[in-house]
Design a protein. Sequence first.
Length: 176
Amino acid sequence: MKRRSLLLVEDDEVFADTLKTSFERRDYEVCHVDGFDALLAALDDFSPSYAIVDLKLVGRSGLDCVKVIHDRFPETQIVVLTGFASISTAVEAIKLGACHYLPKPANTDDIEKAFERDGGDASVPVDGAPTSLKSLEWERIHQTLVETDFNISETARRLRMHRRTLARKLEKRPMR
């Protein structure tokens, strides 16, 4: 039986090593890259059946990686992992070709289940609780961060917020 090929795009070396080892134990051939440029080089020699992409990478966004992987290998099952999930990035990840979007921490079982899911689940309960103001604020901050490629100064300018105020808010809610 042919080994399943998995592309792991993650810049946190400790987390990447843990995931890589776990998937190798499950008989995956794993190619780990730490960012967009390394991804482009790896795709010349590696054809993934599956991909795990961290949303927040140094340099370019994981969304850029999702787009490139999906454009080159449309059949690849892509799961986006993030330590700061938001509705806007979840929607964009799915539109760009991801099959699933999981908040960190996610383990190997969670990721494999996401790979296996073929469609949506209409039986998921619709929560009637209104979104809190803090959650709405964080959604807007995160959306603007994504739009500015995580440039703090530009994000603060667009939100009409002092840069130090934004930095304090980001310190209270780390992105990893």
